[in-house]
Every structure is written in C-alpha cells, then in structure tokens.
Write a protein that binds this ligand. Structure first.
Ligand SMILES: C[S@@+](CC[C@H](N)C(=O)[O-])C[C@H]1O[C@@H](n2cnc3c(N)ncnc32)[C@H](O)[C@@H]1O
Length: 221
C-alpha cells in the first residue's frame, strides 16, 4: 500500500525543475523565509516533504534531530546531500504524509514548507502530523496559497488543472490556513505576503506561521 503510494509520488521532471527554481528563489528572499520559519526551534523535528533539503541549512543549533521525510527519489537524493552539510543532525528517509514513519508523540515540532498544496489528502496528512507531535508540540508552516484578490484567485482556479499536471499535483489555489485551522490545529501566528521565486514569475500569496494541536498546551513561538 505504502509502496504504491510512493510510486505515485515520483515526479522526476518536476523534481529537476523544482530544484532549479527553488535554488534561485533562495537568493530572491526564499532563504530569509526559511530562516524565519525555523527561528527559535529546539529539540526534535519532523520535516514532511523535505524536497531537496533547502530548509536544512537554517535549523538553529538547539535542534537535536531532524527526521526529514521525502517521497520523491530525485529530491530525496539531493536532500541527503544537503543533510551532510546541515548544521544539525538530519536523517533523510523515504515516506509520505499519509503514513509518517514515526511513533506517536515523538517530535517537538513538525515543519511543512510548500507541501500541503501538493499533498493529495491534506486532512489525513494533518492528522498524521498531529499523531507524531507531542501534545504540546508545534507545527511550523510556510506555504503558497490562494490569493485574497478575487481576480487572481479566479485565475489560480482556471490554471489549477494544468498547474497540477506540470507541478507534481500542486494546487495553486489551496486555502491552506483554513485547512490547518479546520483539522486539529489552532493557528497562533500567520503572516501573509507576496513572494516571487525569481524575476520571471509573478508574486504569489504565501503564508508563514505557527500552529498548535488544538487540545495541546501552548508554548511561545
Ligand atoms: C514544492 S516541493 C517543496 C519541497 C520543500 N519542502 C521545500 O520547502 O522546498 C513539494 C514537496 O512535497 C512532497 N510531497 C508531495 N506529496 C507528498 C506526500 N503525500 N507526502 C509527503 N511529501 C509529499 C514532494 O515530493 C515535494 O518534495
């Protein structure tokens, strides 16, 4: 079952394209967003859909272990290389959000960046993230989302089917904050901003923030 899902999550052409564009985005402001996403973290972290590992360089020194889960073979190979250069211990494993390879309550923090737009079943993924988080753990998220400008949002709706085919299943019009808030998490901070990964691409709405399991204790971000 898991193996068939992993097979469906192989997108080598998109992986190569994403690697090129995401690396350019780092110099365009992406690196600063990733640093903000991970700022102040300590203890154990699970990163879901780690891609080519661009977050790894930004983990603060008090992080003791990162388990980075990545289903795509091409991206996972790049993530393994990035893990070797990371300032904290990062283990990169095969897996996906529907069945995270970790026991219940094992992590202080879960990190998702530019992932919930692509995960086929975000409701199930968030339930899995909750399962592996400690009750007082936190979710750090950084995602591109549906625009709050009507015309742009309609344009995103229009291009969504083609976009999904070209971009490994990504939904450009996903209202990710609403999905997080409706599925067992309370959002404690959420910044919204426009961001373009490189000068040839228009700015997309992004969100970056912190959420806590709704019934869990709160900690300061
Ligand atoms: C746009 S890339 C973002 C990669 C990385 N998180 C980053 O910030 O650069 C989307 C990632 O989500 C992963 N992904 C897609 N479906 C997934 C699933 N069901 N479970 C876990 N990861 C998934 C893809 O393999 C890819 O690495």
């Amino acid at each position: 079952m898991v193996d068939r899902q992993l097979k469906n999550l192989q997108h080598p052409r998109f992986a190569r394209f994403y690697t090129a564009i995401s690396t350019r985005a780092e110099a365009h402001g992406g690196a600063e967003h990733r640093a903000r996403l991970l700022k102040g973290l300590a203890g154990t972290v699970i990163e879901v859909g780690a891609g080519n590992g661009l977050n790894f360089a930004h983990y603060p020194p008090h992080v003791t272990r990162v388990l980075a889960v990545e289903p795509d073979d091409t991206l996972r190979a790049l993530a393994r290389r990035a893990a070797q250069r990371a300032p904290v211990p990062v283990e990169v494993v095969s897996g996906h959000a529907d069945a995270l390879p970790a026991p219940d309550g094992a992590f202080d923090t879960a990190v998702i960046s530019l992932v919930l737009c692509t995960v086929a079943n975000p409701v199930h993924a968030l339930a899995e993230i909750r399962r592996v988080l400690r009750p007082d753990g936190q979710l750090r998220f950084y995602e591109h989302v549906r625009s709050d400008k009507l015309l742009l949002a309609l344009l995103q709706d229009l291009i969504a089917p083609l976009w999904a085919r070209l971009a490994g299943g990504c939904r450009p019009n996903h209202d990710t904050a609403a999905v997080i808030a409706a599925n067992g998490f309370t959002i404690s901070s959420c910044q919204r901003f426009g961001f373009s990964p490189c000068s040839a691409v228009p700015r997309f709405a992004h969100i970056l923030g912190v959420a806590y399991p709704t019934s869990g204790d709160r900690r300061a971000a």
